[in-house]
Design a protein around this ligand. Structure first.
Ligand SMILES: [Zn+2]
Length: 269
């Protein structure tokens, strides 16, 4: 889940096009929405592989939202597909570091932890380039055009009303904004990771209502701040992994930028 990278990359792709505010908002949210699968609201393969079908379903309505969904996914090959290749290339080195901090990853498998940690370090580094992205995402979510595009997304991917309501609450919550803006520092990134594994643990253990789960995650954040816990080993783990990702993440973004431009042309979008 690379929300910051998805939003930044699609922003970069169209920054010279001088999009209207509505279109820019649609593009931003379209490029992150496929990851609502993390909340168990939609099937991951569907939201990551049916971008072209969804784009056609929109029939030129909310064009940039549909394009954002395509730019996110695995089919046609877009950011997630290439991102996962990148993560696989880092796996061995990141795993070696995790070995020194096994207690920090809770019940996560080492393989899954390496995946998430690489993604989170990546988002931390990307956010250094443009720290306004979390604010822009949050503002875009208040746009009525985006709201109607999310309903199109829910209809196409057969998300029921109850889950749609929960989804709206989650993405408009201050907690979601906090989750995104935390990536501006390494400590914050480590904190978001802690929240994420807590959430995953809750999600995998029971099927209680989504909002209840979110409240529990928020509670964990509050406890974290109240107790002023400085989880030093976890922060060090992130510092060391960030150094590894730093080596080539800029080059990766440049390469993918070119690839995505070609993909847009090849699919006549
Ligand atoms: Zn994704």
């Amino acid at each position: 889940m690379n929300l910051i990278a998805h939003a930044t990359l699609s922003w970069e792709l169209f920054k010279d096009k001088k999009l209207t505010k509505d279109d820019a908002n649609l593009l931003l949210i379209g490029s992150i929405i496929p990851d609502v699968c993390e909340f168990g609201i939609v099937d991951e393969r569907q939201s990551h592989e049916k971008g072209l079908e969804f784009f056609k379903y929109l029939n030129n309505k909310n064009y940039y939202f549909g394009l954002g969904v395509i730019l996110h996914g695995d089919r046609p090959r877009a950011l997630d597909w290439y991102g996962h290749q990148y993560i696989a290339g880092k796996h061995q080195e990141i795993s070696k570091i995790i070995n020194d901090y096994k207690k920090c990853i809770g019940n996560l498998s080492q393989e899954w932890a390496a995946h998430i940690i690489t993604e989170f370090c990546f988002d931390h580094l990307i956010l250094q380039k443009d720290k306004t992205i979390p604010k822009r995402i949050y503002a875009a979510l208040q746009n009525p055009k985006v709201e109607s595009a999310i309903i199109d997304f829910a209809n196409f991917f057969e998300i029921d009303k109850k889950h749609l309501k929960a989804l709206r609450k989650i993405i408009r919550s201050k907690h979601f904004y906090k989750f995104l803006s935390n990536f501006s520092t390494i400590k914050g990134t480590a904190h978001s990771f802690r929240d994420f594994i807590f959430y995953k643990g809750v999600r995998d253990k029971n099927n209680s209502h989504l909002i209840k789960k979110l409240r529990r995650v928020t509670q964990s954040s509050l406890d974290f701040f109240r107790a002023k816990i400085l989880d030093r080993p976890l922060v060090t783990l992130f510092e060391r992994c960030t150094e590894l990702v730093k080596i080539d993440c800029d080059q990766f973004i440049l390469d993918v930028n070119v690839i995505l431009r070609n993909m847009i042309k090849a699919n006549k979008l």
